[in-house]
Design a protein around this ligand. Structure first.
Ligand code: ZN
Length: 430
């Protein structure tokens, strides 16, 4: 209570009168309570953002930066809060112990699973408390499952992280980025033991999981396992993702889950265009694109395309709307501004620097730029890439390698994998 009161005083003195309604003071409302009031906005793609800023190594993608660069992690949370997000996910993606020591990764030995996750919780909590947000601890797919480990062994990897989230005061848990419904169910079952709401996101398209379970069936099984929120994240662009969400919604309406007022649909897609991944062949998603992960920039969605996505998601009935890889703070601001009316005028402080639909260009010196200060202009633009030889789409890799395959098995050393990959590439070229 004292902290809330102090925050309110701080808010009142710091913000100008026209800023009232901006997200700032601490709030005690939990996830389900917020969802009853209207759409909840997630944060952006933490792993990709932190890699670009030099705090995380592409390849293992593990978040030991919570111990090594805490100020960098905190600043990421602060920028998403400035953009107006409600949810701060703990920087805990791929922070299961088996991943922290997979293929030469020294993060488990250097810092340990508990410290990496607890520190992540502390940093997300600090940003959330300062800006009126809530904290989600996240667990995701494990090398143990891909290697064929038992349910008990895989769930113990989840528990090591969840115990840290409980200690660190997370408000709810997200089980995200699962390609197989079985591992997803194991994750939900483990997460539900911590007395918090559980959100469940697979990373699949409308053609279903990697063992050919349909998207609708996956949705029903996630709900059946006890998830409060069901949907997908990562791997596909917003519009490919919404096609999958339509399948899931139809299945969940059929199973009766949608009539529960505390059950919700959720989506957190990429901010990269992936039309060629909307097919059955492309179901592995953007990691199958030849541009993954270091040449994806030409595919980034504009803020206006993100606004269109946020509107479509809301109109479909999705109430937890966020982003994954490629989503920067300005993309989060775009979602917040699109749903400003539905959220009782709540926006982030960064919207003070962003007149709606390019309105600020009315102050530009040059008349032809001033002429672009309109919704009509920005909502209809078809931007060029500027790359003369750029093709609109690429060929997906489609190796068809998944759980149970020798090449996916967890191992502590790294060198063997490099040779194997080169061999396989030669084989493919032949
Ligand atoms: Zn992602």
């Amino acid at each position: 209570m004292i902290r809330t009161a102090i925050s309110k005083v701080r808010t009142a003195t710091k913000l100008a009168p026209e800023c009232r309604g901006f997200a700032s003071a601490a709030s005690s409302k939990g996830l389900l309570e917020r969802l009853r009031e209207g759409p909840v906005i997630g944060d952006g793609g933490q792993v990709f953002l932190m890699e670009k800023r030099g705090y995380l190594r592409a390849g293992p993608w593990t978040p030991e930066a919570t111990c090594e660069f805490p100020e960098g992690v905190y600043n990421m949370h602060r920028e998403f809060a400035h953009a107006g997000c409600d949810v701060h996910q703990v920087f805990s993606f791929y922070a299961s112990e088996d991943k922290l020591k997979n293929r030469g990764n020294e993060a488990a030995a250097k810092h340990g699973v508990t410290k990496i996750n607890e520190e992540g919780c502390r940093l997300a909590r600090k940003a959330a408390d300062e800006h009126g947000g809530i904290v989600a601890g996240g667990i995701c797919q494990t090398p143990s499952y891909l290697s064929g480990a038992s349910k008990e062994a895989v769930q113990e990897e989840f528990h090591k992280q969840c115990r840290a989230f409980k200690t660190g005061g997370a408000d709810f848990l997200i089980a995200e980025y699962y390609e197989h419904i079985t591992e997803m169910e194991w994750a939900i079952e483990a997460a539900k033991q911590y007395d918090m709401p559980v959100a469940a996101f697979m990373c699949i398209n409308k053609h279903g999981d990697l063992h050919n379970t349909s998207a609708g069936e996956c949705a029903k099984r996630m709900a059946g396992a006890g998830a409060d929120l069901v949907g997908i994240n990562c791997h596909f662009d917003p519009f490919v993702s919404l096609e999958c969400m339509e399948e899931m919604k139809t299945a969940l309406e059929g199973s009766g889950h949608m009539s529960n007022p505390d059950f919700h649909l959720a989506v957190q897609p990429l901010a990269y265009w992936t039309p060629e991944c909307g097919t059955a062949e492309g179901k592995q998603g953007f990691i199958d694109l030849p541009e993954f992960p270091f040449a994806l920039e030409p595919r980034v969605l504009t803020r206006w395309e993100i606004q269109r996505y946020a509107r479509m998601a809301y109109d479909m009935g999705i109430r937890f709307i966020g982003g994954c890889c490629g989503f920067e703070p300005y993309h989060v601001r775009a979602m917040v501004e699109e749903l400003e009316q539905e959220r009782n005028g709540k926006v982030g402080a960064s919207s003070l620097k962003h007149e709606r639909w390019g309105g600020g260009l009315g102050m530009h010196t040059k008349p032809w730029v001033r002429a672009r200060a309109s919704k009509e202009y920005w909502s209809t633009i078809n931007p060029a890439s500027g790359r003369i030889l750029s093709a609109p789409t690429s060929q997906v890799d489609a190796w068809g390698v998944t759980q149970g395959n020798e090449e996916l098995k967890q191992q502590e050393v790294r060198k063997e994998n490099v040779g194997r990959t080169a061999e396989t590439l030669q084989h493919r070229a032949a």
